[in-house]
Design a protein around this ligand. Structure first.
Ligand SMILES: *[C@@H]1O[C@H](CO)[C@@H](O)[C@H](O)[C@H]1NC(C)=O
Ligand SMILES: *[C@@H]1O[C@H](CO)[C@@H](O)[C@H](O)[C@H]1NC(C)=O
Ligand SMILES: *[C@@H]1O[C@H](CO)[C@@H](O)[C@H](O)[C@H]1NC(C)=O
Length: 695
């Protein structure tokens, strides 16, 4: 029997995949994740280094969260010998070798690599700042790459550093024509964009308007060049510098791949050098189209434009701020690490991997006054439902992510809810429950005036009320509660009708299917009613508060009967199906809001049960499937009554995140039996991994 070519090919793949799971040849701290964030600051500035079982910084190209390449290359010359340190460039006719990776590390805001290039160690630090209390900085979609060199043999060595980006940063279709320009001065900046701009339009999740910028400070010996990848890279490899020339033959992204190169001469290096700093960013204006009263729309701009009149001014400020940004990043990383390490080292590592991803799905916007000036009092934050369907401000995506907002700055939560409240207060959304999202397709927040959004009635109504109270509790600011009390009450009326006996509907876990009488959904609705009782209390309506409180209490006791399995050992997934069970993660809101609504016996029963049904990679979401959700694992860790069970949930998520079976940015949906990824990646719901930090 002969092997067909295809069979031989398959055996080859098998051999390769066996080889690829061998031990890494470098150290990883705190662990090797599915993908390492490189520049992750907005839905459109999202560059990662795919890992799987492990890939060095110079083994593969950086990729957009979708997996498509975003060209980003780096070379260093040491005593005339060239080494690649970033990306996987092929440069025919130019001699270089790969620098050898010694370590990789991630913190909440930084990814740090050390690669040795002959007698020099290069440290490459990627910082995607998280600046939750500075709206100008948080809304700036730029990231840093800093490169420093140190001699490892005590002798001086001549060192030059080079990096470029390709035009893949500005399009989801590489056959489209780009154009570009370079500006010099105190800063060298390459700007690149599509020649035909398509405002508010995505292609393969890339935005099709605005520009990418690659910049560095124009210190002595800094040089630049634009041109074909092989030309520009060979120029540096052969000469250690660039000729300060521009290729103005504008063409398609993939037509002789135009790249935008920058180089520095570090001179003679002995001890560690100060870093040379590059910034990469993607700007567009306006950022979001948002529905206002009467079906009209408003073009909203990123907040930072209120401070900067041009991209050049923003970039000069961003590069000039590097040293301070680094110390702020270190302080933030350290605070998160200290707080999360109080739970466990595993927990601290999962949290560190989650923060840039969660924040990187958001954008902070403002509108313009009639005179064209920016109105900094009109702030709305937007979040893209990355990977699952691209909706704008999906309520049941904001909800799982909520802990990262509460932890970093609750005001960001208010800005996220504002757009949803304001739209529904215009009266254009026709349903009595809360809308699912602000628009089907980011960055178009056009509402759902036909009422035909993806209906999750109990889910979203409960979520909105719970988040509104949570924000008010955390800050003492009752302004949303006052302004939108009619909507909150309307949603509560719906919960009173539909949450004890929830109709057949989907929950946020829509992929698991729709179901009537979902026990966990009922928990959410009942907590929503109790939360509205506290909201009424805050607004001074004591009789409404007492009424809703007694309805919630009565529902809890009825729920206990409806939800019990005949064994008495767990609550069911849906009423009457004694063999079924699921993660009752919605109890987390009872803890978060300190309502003490559900009796301790429920928490104790669920804790005891979960210990008995753990799979190798965690507790399944429910009995319909063996997959689970990492956000709900951590939320459930927040409701169990003993630390061993809490740590079982946490270590399962860490085990999944470090198992080497995924190359995609942190996926929240995975298989508990074997640790394989399911369909989601890079979603902001990993902000829910901070759930234990805000209880
Ligand atoms: C590139 O194209 C844009 C959009 O069509 C245009 O506004 C800009 O002037 C062009 N830039 C260059 C350098 O040709
Ligand atoms: C939901 O539960 C209630 C209470 O047990 C029951 O009357 C009703 O038939 C159930 N609905 C469905 C669709 O199973
Ligand atoms: C309590 O609220 C429910 C639902 O809005 C309402 O039907 C009922 O009349 C209220 N009861 C009192 C005593 O206000």
């Amino acid at each position: 029997m002969a092997f067909s070519k295809l069979e031989l090919f398959h055996s080859l793949i098998l051999v390769l995949s066996v080889v690829s799971v061998q031990a890494l040849t470098w150290t990883t701290t705190p662990f090797n994740p599915p993908a390492i964030p490189l520049a992750v600051r907005s839905p459109y500035l999202s560059a990662w280094l795919a890992q799987g079982a492990g890939a060095a910084l110079n083994d593969v190209w950086p990729t957009f969260w979708t997996g498509s390449v975003v060209g980003w290359a780096g070379f260093v010359k040491v005593d005339g010998k060239a080494y690649s340190f970033l990306g996987a460039p092929n440069v025919p006719g130019a001699a270089f070798t790969k620098a050898t990776q010694k370590s990789s590390q991630f913190t909440s805001t930084q990814s740090i690599f050390v690669l040795s290039a002959g007698p020099i160690d290069l440290t490459i630090t990627f910082i995607s700042p998280v600046e939750p209390t500075d709206l100008v900085k948080q809304s700036t979609p730029f990231a840093y790459m800093a490169v420093s060199a140190a001699s490892t043999d005590g002798s001086p060595h001549s060192v030059q550093v080079y990096s470029d980006i390709s035009a893949e940063w500005v399009s989801g279709d590489n056959s489209l024509t780009a154009n570009w320009s370079t500006t010099t001065g105190n800063v060298l900046t390459h700007q690149v964009q599509l020649a035909t701009q398509a405002v508010f339009t995505e292609n393969n999740d890339h935005i099709q308007y605005g520009s990418a910028f690659y910049s560095t400070t124009n210190t002595v010996g800094a040089t630049y060049q634009t041109g074909a990848d092989v030309t520009v890279r060979a120029q540096f490899i052969n000469n250690g510098r660039l000729p300060n020339t521009q290729d103005t033959n504008f063409r398609a992204v993939s037509n002789n791949w135009p790249v935008f190169g920058l180089a520095h001469d570090l001179g003679s290096v002995t001890s560690s050098t100060a870093p040379v700093v590059f910034s990469v960013g993607h700007l567009r204006d306006p950022a979001i189209k948002y529905i206002v009263a009467g079906g009209a729309t408003q073009a909203r701009s990123s907040y930072f434009w209120s401070q900067f009149s041009s991209p050049a001014a923003l970039i000069t400020s961003f590069l000039g701020d590097y040293a301070n940004a680094l110390s702020r990043a270190r302080a933030f990383d350290s605070k998160v690490n200290i707080d999360a390490s109080k739970i466990s080292a595993d927990y601290a590592s999962v949290v560190a991997l989650s923060i840039r991803q969660a924040m990187g799905a958001t954008e902070i916007t403002i509108s313009k006054n009639s005179d064209g000036s920016f109105n900094k009092n009109d702030i709305i934050m937007f979040m893209k439902e990355i990977s699952s369907d691209g909706n704008v401000n999906t309520v049941d995506v904001i909800f799982p992510a909520w802990p990262v907002l509460l932890y970093t700055n609750p005001a960001l939560g208010k800005y996220l809810l504002e757009g949803l409240f304001r739209y529904q207060a215009t009266g254009q959304y026709p349903n009595k429950w809360s809308v699912h999202d602000l628009g089907s397709s980011y960055p178009n927040a056009l509402g759902h005036n036909d009422g035909r959004d993806e209906a999750m009635p109990v889910e979203e109504s409960g979520n909105m009320i719970i988040m509104a109270l949570s924000y008010a509790q955390k800050t003492g600011d009752n302004s949303h509660l006052t302004q939108y009390s009619a909507l909150l009450d309307q949603w509560t009326q719906f919960l009173i009708e539909d949450s004890l006996i929830p109709a057949n509907q989907i929950s946020t876990d829509y992929f698991a299917g729709s179901l009537a009488n979902q026990t966990n959904l009922a928990i959410k609705g009942i907590i929503g009613i109790k939360a509205m009782s506290q909201i009424a209390q805050r607004l001074g309506d004591t009789s409404k508060s007492a009424n809703y409180s007694s309805i919630a209490a009565s529902y809890v006791s009825q729920w206990q009967t409806l939800a019990a399995s005949s064994s008495g050992k767990h609550v069911t997934l849906s009423y009457g199906n004694s063999a079924s069970w699921g993660l009752t993660y919605n109890l987390y809101a009872d803890k978060l809001l300190k309502l003490n609504l559900f009796p301790a016996s429920v928490y104790e029963m669920q804790t005891a049960w979960y210990k008995t049904v753990a799979q190798p990679f965690g507790i399944p979401l429910d009995t319909r499937h063996t997959y689970t959700k990492s956000d709900w694992e951590i939320w459930t860790a927040g409701i169990v009554t003993d630390t061993a069970t809490r740590d079982l949930f946490i270590s399962s998520v860490k085990k999944w995140a470090s198992d080497g079976l995924s190359t995609q940015p942190f996926g929240d949906w995975y298989e508990t039996t074997n640790g394989q990824p399911e369909g989601f990646r890079a979603r902001p719901v990993v902000g829910g991994h901070l759930a234990l930090l805000v209880l």
